[in-house]
Design a binder for this molecule. Structure first.
Ligand SMILES: Cc1cc2nc3c(=O)[nH]c(=O)nc-3n(C[C@H](O)[C@H](O)[C@H](O)COP(=O)(O)O)c2cc1C
Length: 170
């Protein structure tokens, strides 16, 4: 079995999850950022990771997934600022919608599963968002303290477990 782990990561959170998944694989494997991938040929399974931005997958991610994934066996891993399992129905609903968008983007693929966890909103990015005058982006910037340190050791362990579950279902 040959597996590709590929990711798009602006501030490094999704890359950390990609590396955790990659290290947990004991078969033939390759890890590459999106911009170094020109084909999925020759892989039995592709793990694809990216962050949520502005409530869904960012434009380069949309392009990459719709170009490369139709008909392919894939598994997603996604990072986001929103807290997983929030008690607040507004944020719970928002996260559900964000993840639904990520999932629906893969309609043409054989989607084996999706892992998601929080990712730290970096300080330079939060500072920029705070001056954006976009109330929704400013709301995310204010959330930064709740995101610090993610993905944490526990979430990276969960990502490894996710990868093993996907492999065992092949
Ligand atoms: C411009 C921008 C927009 C973002 N929008 C959202 C969002 O709508 N929802 C969310 O949960 N997180 C949002 N985030 C937080 C990122 O998804 C989170 O920090 C992610 O872990 C970043 O991943 P990376 O380090 O791999 O780039 C946003 C971050 C940035 C920079």
């Amino acid at each position: 079995m040959r597996i590709l782990v590929t990711y798009w990561s602006k501030s490094g959170n999704t890359r950390k999850v990609a590396e955790a998944i990659f290290k947990s694989l004991s078969c033939e494997k390759v890890i590459k950022p999106f911009d170094q991938v020109d084909s999925f040929e020759g892989f039995d399974l592709i793990f694809i990771g990216f962050p949520v931005m502005q409530f869904g997958p960012p434009a380069p991610v949309r392009k990459f997934i719709t170009t490369f994934t139709p008909g392919k066996k894939i598994a997603l891993f996604v990072t986001h600022a929103l807290i997983t399992g929030s008690e607040d129905p507004h944020y719970r609903n928002l996260l559900r919608k964000e993840l639904d968008q990520c999932r629906s983007l893969c309609a043409g693929a054989d989607l084996m599963g999706m892992f998601h966890c929080q990712g730290e909103l970096s300080k330079p990015i939060a500072d920029t968002l705070l001056t954006s005058n976009n109330p929704l982006l400013m709301e995310f910037a204010a959330m930064r303290p709740l995101t610090i340190g993610h993905p944490d050791v526990h979430e990276l362990e969960e990502a490894r477990d996710f990868a093993q579950t996907i492999i065992s279902g092949l």
